[in-house]
Design a protein around this ligand. Structure first.
Ligand SMILES: [Zn+2]
Length: 483
């Protein structure tokens, strides 16, 4: 988790949509498209979704890199069939290998995918593919009005997570924006990306390299992270072959020339690689947060997740949840009173201390919107100028079985004092010029790092038995193992 960003005035999406169904010819695909949603509504939807995405996922803080991606994206969008959409291109501060698009002209690439791309032409291919989803209106034509209304409700609740029954609710809400594309949509977005790429004279022969990389990341799990891109972009093996057929069918001099490998690698030199431990990290079920200087321990076997605005853990049986967030109030007492004053929440908070820190809270019962009853324990702790909110709860029928584990987890909140954990730093990519040819194995020996050799192979998009030639730029991973 990070310092909780708060967004005010983010209105619910799409609730005021009028029911005007239309059938129009899509300018990118030339197909007749039936849609409930006008272009104006599509733009409005994107404009309202974008701040929520930025707040919940975070941006890469490097402004030069943001500008670089924005300029490339704008150039590509400018040669698309919908150049006048209010296009935005953002680098998301997320180690997962992912890229996605939101209707109305918003395209996002993660630092994770940028770390694994080899050159500017590959980045152009990724951006072109996402632009293709927007110009062809893939999400918009799939969405029903009911889904639109739901997006509004859920994106709203992402920004102020209180009593959510399931930890995954926030990401499920955003997930509605990222409906799974059909195989036909994927092929069409590939074709459009290929088209746009050639229009700006980038070497389309570099596009298949992106699929090779995605396949490799998919096979290895990308260093522990699920390849999110694959969850919204089904990746049948034939997509690479299809692009290779397009390439083979065209004269070489029409395929574009620009690759810009070295300049791309300079853009990502020094970029963070993997999770940022400053935002907190897990060792087993122990959680450490160097920036906020606290620690927490969950019972063995619990499933843990460090989200941007919360640390969450669930029981192995999926019937209890503990979530830590930052409260908005200035004192534990005020936070506890605000919590218990909510409609549907009952219980009597008491003041006390935990490990010498001022605290308030108590057991509670809560009735959710769908009328089920939860029982749980709340704890609000004042520490280092902030108020931490810990909530643990289960369906009432399961509470007595889960209460001991929940109490144990909540009661483990304490100051982080271990100097090594407090000093934990993220790993970074470093681009090096090879003075001589070498195998990947020799490269990893010569440029050792904290990550396994397989991770170095992945960021360089090569197999374990690869050989690098002299003079080439290659990526290594630098940093210290987490304490
Ligand atoms: Zn796609």
């Amino acid at each position: 988790m990070r310092f909780a960003p708060t967004i005010t005035g983010a209105s619910a999406l799409g609730l005021a949509l009028s029911i005007v169904a239309g059938c129009a010819t899509n300018p990118a695909t030339g197909e007749k498209q039936f849609s409930l949603i006008s272009e104006g509504q599509e733009i409005q939807m994107g404009r309202e979704a974008d701040p929520g995405i930025v707040a919940s996922m975070g941006l890469d803080p490097d402004s030069a890199r943001q500008r670089y991606v924005r300029e490339l994206g704008m150039r590509l969008a400018g040669v698309s069939e919908r150049p006048n959409l209010p296009w935005t291109f953002r680098v998301i501060d997320d180690p997962a290998v992912n890229a996605f698009a939101v209707p109305g002209g918003h395209v996002y690439v993660t630092r994770g995918i940028m770390a694994h791309l080899d050159n500017e032409a590959e980045l152009i291919a990724v951006l072109g593919h996402e632009i293709g989803h927007i110009t062809a209106r893939h999400s918009v034509s799939q969405m029903s009005r009911a889904q639109l209304a739901q997006i509004g409700l859920v994106v709203g609740s992402v920004l102020k997570p209180e009593l959510q029954r399931y930890a995954g609710l926030a990401s499920q809400g955003l997930g509605l924006l990222f409906l799974k594309y059909s195989r036909d949509d994927e092929n069409q977005a590939d074709e459009l990306g290929f088209r746009y790429m050639r229009r700006v004279n980038y070497d389309a022969r570099r596009m298949p390299g992106v699929y090779t990389m995605l396949d490799r990341v998919g096979q290895t799990g990308g260093g522990g992270r699920l390849p999110d891109w694959l969850s919204t972009h089904p990746n049948p093996a034939n997509r690479r072959a299809t692009i290779e057929r397009y390439i083979a069918a065209l004269p070489a001099d029409s395929l574009g020339r620009i690759v810009n490998r070295d300049s791309y690698l300079r853009q990502i030199d020094g970029m963070m690689y993997g999770e940022n431990p400053r935002d907190g990290y897990f060792k087993g079920t122990q959680f450490f947060h160097p920036d906020l200087k606290f620690r927490l321990a969950f019972p063995d076997g619990w499933k843990t997740q460090n989200q941007r605005q919360a640390v969450v853990a669930g029981s192995p049986e999926d019937d209890a949840l503990v979530a830590l967030t930052l409260a908005e109030q200035n004192t534990p007492d005020a936070a506890a009173r605000a919590f218990f004053a909510q409609q549907g929440v009952s219980g009597s908070p008491v003041r006390g201390t935990i490990h010498g820190l001022p605290a308030a809270g108590g057991v509670f019962r809560a009735i959710t919107e769908d009328s089920s009853v939860l029982a749980g324990r709340s704890l609000f702790v004042g520490y280092d100028g902030r108020v931490f909110q810990l909530l643990g709860y289960a369906p009432q029928s399961r509470w007595s079985a889960r209460a001991p584990a929940v109490e144990q987890a909540i009661g483990s909140f304490d100051r982080l004092t271990d100097p090594a954990a407090l000093a934990a730093q993220p790993w970074r990519l470093q681009v090096v010029t090879l003075s001589q040819g070498m195998t990947l194995e020799e490269f990893v020996r010569r440029y050792p790092g904290p990550a396994p050799a397989a991770a170095t192979a992945l960021v360089n998009n090569v197999d374990a038995d690869a050989r690098f030639s002299a003079g080439a730029l290659r990526k290594r991973i630098v940093g210290q193992p987490l304490p």
